[in-house]
Each structure stands twice: as C-alpha cells, then as structure tokens.
Design a protein around this ligand. Sequence first.
Ligand SMILES: [Zn+2]
Length: 278
Amino acid sequence: MPTTSLRERSRKKFYTSSILRGGEIAGAGAVVRRTRLYRVFSVVIRQRDLGEADRILSLYTRERGKLSAVAKGIKRPRSKLAGSLQSFSYAVVQLAAGRSLEVVTQARAIDGHYRLREDMNRYAHASYVAELLDALTDEGMGDEETFDLLLSTLVALNQGEDSATVVRAFELKLLGGLGYGPEMESCAVCGGDVDANPLFSVGQGGIVCQQCGTGGGINISGAGLRALRNLRRMKMDDLLGRRLSEGVQREVGCVMRAFVDSHLDRPLRSAAFLTDEG
Ligand SMILES: [Zn+2]
C-alpha cells in the first residue's frame, strides 16, 4: 500500500519537474502579467475539433471548475501543446482570458496518464468518468473536492486498479458531492431501519424498507448494501487493491446504472463501451 496519497505524489512530481526546468512555471493560480493570464491545474475531460488545426478543450480545473478553452494549432504535427493536453492528462495550463472562450497559451503535463489511452478497458472507464462529470456539471461549476476525486479516480484506473470498483466509488462520491447521492443509511421514505431485505428504489432516491417498497425496487443483499456504503465512505486511496466479489459487483453495478441514468438527460455514449461487469 502506498504511504503517500496519490494527490501528494502527483503534486510532488509537478514541483520536482518544475524546479528541474528552472521553475519557469509559477504555482497554479498565480496571476501573470496582470489579470489577462492565469494558471490552473487541470484535467482534459473532452475535446472537439475546431477547424483544421485547433481544438476546443473542456478542462476540469482545481481552481475554476469546468471551463472551455481553445488550443490553437494543437493538431499540427509540431504543436507544443499536443503532448501535454491529451484526454485525461493532468497538466498545469496557462490560459488567456478570451471574450467568449479562454485560450491556452502554455501547458505542461504533470502526469499524462498514458496507460489510460493504451488499454481499451481502462480507456472505456476513463471516458465514462470524464463524460459523467461533464454531463453533471455546468461551465464555471466545480470545486477542489470534485477535482481531487476526478484525479484520484484517473490515477487509480491508470495504475490498473479494478476498474468497476473504482468507477462505482467515483459515481457514489460524485453524486454525493453534487447533492444527488442516494439515501443509503435508513429508508428513504419513512426513515426506518432497512437492514433486513432492503430494496433500492430509484424513484424514491435510495434504499427503502419492505413496507415502503411496495411500488417496486431492486432487491439488494446485505453485502451489496454494505459495499455501496463503503464505496461512498472510503477514500479512493484506501480502496486501492480492493475488488468487489463478482456477485456484489453485479448487484452494485445494476443499482448504480439505474440510479445514475435517472440523473441524466440522455444516456452517455461511453456507457455503451463498458463491459457488463463495469
Ligand atoms: Zn420505509
């Protein structure tokens, strides 16, 4: 088990590389040349082409939440930005405030998370994580806690942790952080005890007791309910090396798929590429 948290290690890596290169990039959030330029820690969660050479990136940043920025010339063969701003890359990015969109002026990768783009299964799960975050947040919306959750999730997937376990934990923590988390401690309707033969009701927003669950719901075992609670409660770092048993994984996956879908306007494209277990 690692002795330092993933975030600490990523930060260390950045500071070390910055010092080695002469420290020409100041700390993130530093204001450079009055207020026109600023720097953020960011992860690329989506990109789309803009003309022949440019792309519009959707960045989830620690300092300013989700924002869109134009990366000019990024599709050109010798672009300096291309290597640092691939999908799921963690980078420090310098932006110029634009009239409608920000413009990327410099970027340096802290961790490219390159294994996420080399392995189909990891790529599918990372795509789902990024797309779900994108679907549930608006431009300019975000906080440090969500940024750290995104980063720790991508780091865990990149280093080969069990993708289904990591993604279920991400869903529960993300929804909880945004205020959409399911009720899992007591009956969502009457507030009573639910530990004996509970049901999960998407319509009622979580676990319900047998009396309140007459309208239907998904049967969930005691082990399944404990897994849901643990995935939400435990830090991502503490989940490393853990894997849900096959049966529990199926149960938790089924419940979460239905619950997440109920919060989306339309299905996520990336969800179709996840395996049944994931
Ligand atoms: Zn009840």
